[in-house]
Write a protein that binds this ligand. Structure first.
Ligand code: 0WE
Length: 263
């Protein structure tokens, strides 16, 4: 029996089989959870449908996280079909492409700032508000995905770093507010992983190589690494953990200067 058996989870953020959200879904399915998925637009519908069906998920819903009526509709459907909810995975981020290149000062428009914060941080608050009524009387768990750019200046990450800083503060405020209802809220700060979202980013391959040279584990992390940590954090094994950002980055963030390797 898996450590998530009997749990029902909503997974927001699957775009392909390389998505971190899909790595989390696979780990949670393996541990016995029942899953519902959302897709961000019609282009992604069929791909998410195929993935969800492959692990026997029957609830697959449209969700653009910037549209309140769509958020309401998702939780109305879950209320009707499940009547309760244990877990929400928020694995959504977006900044306009022009904002993720060049220098921070010049590349950060008011519009890019607003979009990045709306999609990447506010959406967590909105999903938590929708989910909370369905989590009453249970040990609910909400998990989001962050990145080191929230706490360190990283070339080209630019306004996404500000949005992730806001997201991490969001985790702490939600944890404080929802804790009395038994709902835990945490984040995973993952090392860089090649996903659809990362594919178009200039110099991403070099970044992966650099991290693998410097990180204590001397490798990049995988969707499976993040999936397993996520499954743990959303399970009752983590009943005492809330408001936390857990680094799943091979230790990269814990070293200052890189130590030379003998191998
Ligand atoms: O959070 C992210 C990336 C999220 C992301 C990706 C895109 C690409 C397509 C947000 N918005 C967009 N907008 C698009 O138009 N990561 C942690 C991955 C990432 O992105 C970077 C990184 C890393 C790491 C961008 C620059 C530098 C490093």
């Amino acid at each position: 029996m898996g450590f998530l058996s009997g749990k029902r989870a909503l997974i927001v953020g699957v775009a392909s089989d390389r998505s971190i959200a899909w790595g989390i879904a696979e780990a949670m399915h393996r541990e016995g959870a029942e899953l519902a998925f959302t897709y961000a637009n019609e282009k992604l519908k069929e791909r998410v449908d195929t993935l969800a069906t492959s692990i026997d998920s029957k609830i697959i819903l449209p969700l653009d996280v910037t549209v309140d009526t769509q958020i309401d509709a998702v939780f109305e459907t879950l209320q009707r079909d499940w009547g309760r909810l244990d877990i929400v995975i928020h694995a959504v981020a977006f900044a306009p492409r022009e904002a993720l290149a060049g220098g921070f000062t010049q590349s950060t428009s008011r519009e890019a700032f607003a979009v990045a914060h709306d999609v990447s941080s506010y959406s967590l608050t909105a999903l938590a508000r929708g989910a909370a009524p369905l989590m009453q009387g249970r040990q609910g768990a909400i998990l989001t995905l962050s990145y080191l750019g929230a706490v360190r200046a990283i070339p080209s990450y630019n306004v996404m770093g500000l949005a992730k800083a806001s997201l991490e503060a969001n985790v702490r405020f939600l944890a404080a507010d929802l804790g009395p209802q038994g709902i835990r809220v945490n984040g995973i700060s993952a090392g860089p992983i090649k996903t659809l979202a990362a594919a178009g980013i200039g110099g991403f391959r070099k970044m992966l190589a650099r991290v693998a040279e410097v990180a204590p584990l001397r490798r990049n992390v995988t969707q499976e690494d993040v999936g397993n940590a996520a499954a743990f954090l959303c399970s009752d094994l983590a009943a005492g953990i809330t408001g936390e950002i857990l680094y799943v980055d091979g230790g990269f963030s814990t070293v200052g200067m890189s130590f030379p390797s003998d191998e």
